[in-house]
Design a protein around this ligand. Structure first.
Ligand code: TLP
Length: 355
């Protein structure tokens, strides 16, 4: 008899979530048309729904969060402009420099606090005067929840204040809201309250919401009209995209409220990790679904990762960063307990091996 295969517990990211059976059914049955002509009824329905949920006039279905952010930068700025963003921003770190390479903008980074916020005084100082030597500052970018700040949440008040400041100086504001629904659920407010004063917001369907593909860039009709042209330029005109938009509709209808479960599991995971000898949390609290932690310097990162791999636990690790574990629909609370037990065994073995 074959031994039952060990379940691999994948905590690298919430992007690993698979579509639900209901999504697959909706995809199978989706009515479609050519979306480049604006004729895909399912895409149109998804766009209208996302716009409504974000309190904006319009939305554009794009291939990914990265594409949504890039199109936002292209739409809000001109070649040679400067944009202000936090030094921990996803746009700065993980989008292959697209804003600079393809948008021709200078990324002016300013400090981000551990809660994902930029200090208004720093924003103010970073906005360039009209001096002949200066590029023009035209855009401020925020991120909610904040990926590198451990899923930190920006409140509506903070975002509104940052928007007021930017708008006073004639800047637009783009919100990278890849996980804006996690923020909304954590704060107990509708997502639109977190985006009410931004000029554009990009939200992702393919993270905690479990859709297979896609993001939406939401904003005014004028902005989305111009963004549509940039999407085409970047090769993001997807024709019968209703097949994937259908999953996105199910995601927005059924997957938002359950994010609270992922947040509970992240707290459970953090609590367990904190009690394992050799592990230290990198965050004081766990606001949403991201848990970051360090390994004691006496243990080897390479051996820890090898041990985890053999034990069937996948955790994120990137260039000198803390380890990152992200909870999502495909890990239950008992999977969390199982992952903790496996991680503890790996740490115990590493400690023994040093004796
Ligand atoms: N982030 C991914 C990786 O790129 C790190 C992850 O696993 O978390 N904004 C934020 C805040 C994000 O976290 C991500 C994805 C994106 C934008 C980009 O989304 P995609 O992957 O759809 O291009």
């Amino acid at each position: 008899m074959k031994a039952a295969a060990m379940k691999v517990i994948d905590l690298r990211s919430d992007t690993v979530t698979h579509p639900t059976p209901e999504m697959r059914k909706a995809m199978f049955e989706a009515e479609v048309g050519d979306d480049v002509y604006g004729e895909d009824p399912t895409v149109n329905r998804l766009e209208a729904m996302a716009a409504r949920m974000m309190g904006k006039q319009a939305a554009l279905f794009v291939t990914s969060g990265t594409q949504g952010n890039l199109i936002a930068v292209l739409t809000h700025t001109s070649h040679g402009d400067e944009i202000i963003l936090g030094h921990e921003a996803h746009i700065f770190w993980y989008e292959v420099g697209g804003a600079s390479v393809l948008g021709g903008v200078i990324m002016h980074t300013i400090p981000t606090d551990s809660c994902g916020r930029l200090n208004p005084d720093d924003i103010d100082r970073a906005i360039r005067s009209k001096d002949i030597h200066n590029p023009q500052t035209t855009l401020l970018c925020l991120e909610n929840t904040h990926n590198r700040c451990g899923g930190a949440v920006l409140t509506a008040d903070y975002t509104d204040e940052a928007c007021d400041l930017a708008h006073t100086h004639g800047l637009k504001v783009h919100l990278d809201g890849a996980r804006i629904f996690n923020a909304a659920v954590a704060l107990g407010v509708p997502a639109r309250a977190l985006a009410q004063n931004v000029d554009s917001v990009a939200l992702c369907l393919s993270k905690g919401l479990s859709a297979p593909v896609g993001s939406l860039l939401c904003g005014s009709k004028d902005l989305v009209g111009r963004a549509r042209k940039f999407r085409k330029m970047l090769g993001g005109g997807m024709r019968q995209a209703g097949v994937i938009a259908a999953a996105g509709i199910v995601a927005l209808e059924t997957m938002v409220d359950r994010l609270a479960e992922d947040h509970d599991n992240a707290k459970r995971l953090a609590q367990g990790l904190a009690s394992i000898k050799g592990i230290k949390l990198a965050q004081d609290d766990i606001p949403t679904n991201i848990v970051m932690f360090h390994l004691s310097p006496e243990l080897s990162v390479v051996e820890f990762m090898e041990g985890l791999q053999k034990a069937g636990v996948k955790i994120g690790l990137r260039d000198g960063r803390p380890f990152r574990a992200v909870t999502h629909r495909m890990v239950s609370s008992s999977d969390i307990d199982e992952a903790l037990a496996r991680i503890e065994t790996v740490c115990r073995r590493l400690h023994w091996a040093r004796k």
